[in-house]
Design a protein around this ligand. Structure first.
Ligand code: NDP
Length: 452
């Protein structure tokens, strides 16, 4: 009989924590998972899932408009924000039930409350003590806001998903994933949207052609992007908020959404006291086996700040459990991880940007910008961008980038090709599906001329 209450206690029932815990339970381990909020975590309850439902909802605005070009009479459409938010919440409740069921089915004990590490084998949850042979940290991350006067009037994406009224005017601060996704949602649904970015382009870290294309496409849809701009302070004036910008101008809005990055949830949970090393961003330092500086304590997902995406947290959770509870050592492969931004239009990417690839050696670039067939009749002036970054020496495709309808669905398939080490010659030898936008990825023959 083990001297501990459990074989595994997991802190956090999000994507990584649930996957690790339920697999471990399935392998016969005695597992408890501690959660202070909702089972499902950021992605399911406050991130990817509700956001995508709102993106679907927002897209109908464009679809109704475009249908006219195809002969439809579209009269009397109307939109009710509360109906969408309520339907989204009902779906989240259903999903939470599904996740709770998965834990139950795998005999994982759910402990509701805030967990705190007391020592390398002990977790305390609201006065209750749980001991475990291994502890898994899967505590995720949270939004971080700059400390400027009046910041308490701003909302984060958590509250943006719960607004009881659609704002007539919203200012969004930040140019990352979350900012551009919410800019697309609110603009399509009819809000006046101003996005304030301190850089000169959206989506730092993405390919430069993608960054400029997304900016211009969002501007065509009416999002006002203020580049090289920062907010000095916020002030409440009646029902409105006043934003004082560094250049002296003042903006007025009904809501101000800050999407200025996220930080690991590692504070006040006893980590430093237990000797768990954190890096300068507060993330848990782990080795390739997800083990922290304390032998019995492991960590997966956003609290480790490696690649902060749900499928990565899930892969890390699985690798942890296979390694520790199924005698099947697995490491996560972080090469060629595809990702998407559900902006309007969406962005998807896998592999290296042109700049990163060039830093490694000579490359050939293939790039196309075109109006999709759908928009020949819709009348919408929306363009698609596709780009391939190819290694000159080996002909391997190092990066695929796309801005345009269905980009995430298309690039998911291309990610398999990159994972297999596909060459440009193999892309060229692939017969396209006609007529699709995706076929452009296998029919780009003329490289972008090299600038001397
Ligand atoms: P990001 O790190 O992607 O972007 C933060 C943005 O805020 C940047 O534009 C940054 O500007 C700006 N910024 C940072 N600090 C300040 C400041 N003090 N004042 C003004 N602007 C500032 O963070 P997000 O919050 O958008 O997203 C967090 C993470 O969540 C992402 O890294 C991603 O991994 C994940 N996520 C993934 C999604 C997906 O896969 N579809 C969707 C949503 C989130 P600058 O560029 O100048 O630094």
């Amino acid at each position: 009989m083990s001297r501990y209450d459990y074989d595994l206690v997991t802190l956090g029932a999000g994507s990584g924590g649930v996957r690790a815990s339920r697999l471990a339970g399935g392998y016969g381990a005695r597992v408890a998972v501690v959660e202070k909020s909702r089972v499902g975590g950021t992605c399911v309850m406050r991130g990817c899932v509700p956001k995508k439902l709102l993106v679907y909802g927002a897209h109908y605005a464009e679809d109704f408009h475009d249908a006219r070009g195809y002969g439809w009479t579209v009269d009397g459409t109307g939109f009710d924000w509360t109906t969408l938010v309520d339907a989204k919440n009902a779906e989240l409740n259903r999903l939470e039930g599904v996740y709770q069921g998965i834990l139950r089915d795998n005999k994982v004990t759910l402990v509701e409350g805030a967990g705190r590490i007391v020592d390398p084998h002990t977790v305390e949850v609201d006065g209750r003590t749980l001991t475990a042979e291994k502890i898994l940290l899967a505590t995720g991350g949270r939004a971080v806001l700059p400390r400027i006067p009046g910041i308490e009037h701003a909302i984060t994406s958590d509250q943006a998903l719960e607004l009881r009224r659609l704002p007539r005017r919203i200012v969004i601060v930040g140019g990352g994933y979350i900012a551009v996704e919410f800019a697309g949602i609110f603009r399509a649904l009819g809000s006046e949207v101003t996005e304030i970015i301190r850089a000169d382009a959206l989506l730092r870290g993405f390919d430069e052609d993608v960054r400029s294309m997304l900016g211009s496409e969002m501007e065509k849809k009416g999002v006002v992007i203020r580049r090289g701009s920062t907010v000095r302070s916020l002030e409440k004036k009646g029902d409105a908020l006043l934003l004082a910008l560094a250049d002296g101008e003042t903006l007025e809005a009904d809501e101000v959404l800050y999407a200025t990055g996220r930080a690991p949830n590692t504070r006040d949970i006893g980590l430093e006291e237990a000797g768990v090393a954190l890096n300068d961003k507060g993330a848990v330092v782990v080795d390739e086996w997800n083990r922290s500086s304390v032998d019995s304590i492991f960590a997966v997902g956003d609290c480790t700040d490696r690649i902060n995406l749900t499928p990565i947290a899930i892969a890390e959770g699985r690798a942890f459990t296979e390694t520790n509870f199924n005698r099947n050592p697995i490491k996560v492969d972080y090469e060629n991880v595809a990702s998407a931004v559900f902006s309007l239009p969406p962005v998807a990417t896998v592999g290296l940007t042109e700049a990163r690839a060039r830093a490694r050696g000579p490359v050939t670039i293939f790039l196309t910008r075109f109006k999709g067939m759908r928009h020949t009749l819709s009348g919408r002036d929306e363009r698609t961008l596709m780009k391939l970054v190819v290694d000159k020496a080996t002909d391997r495709v190092l990066g695929c980038h796309m801005v345009g309808a269905d980009a995430p669905e298309i690039v998911q398939g291309l990610a398999i090709a990159l994972k297999c080490g596909a060459t440009k010659a193999q892309f060229d030898a692939t017969v396209g599906i006609h007529p699709t936008a995706a076929e452009e990825f296998v029919t780009m023959r003329v490289p972008v001329p090299e600038t001397p």
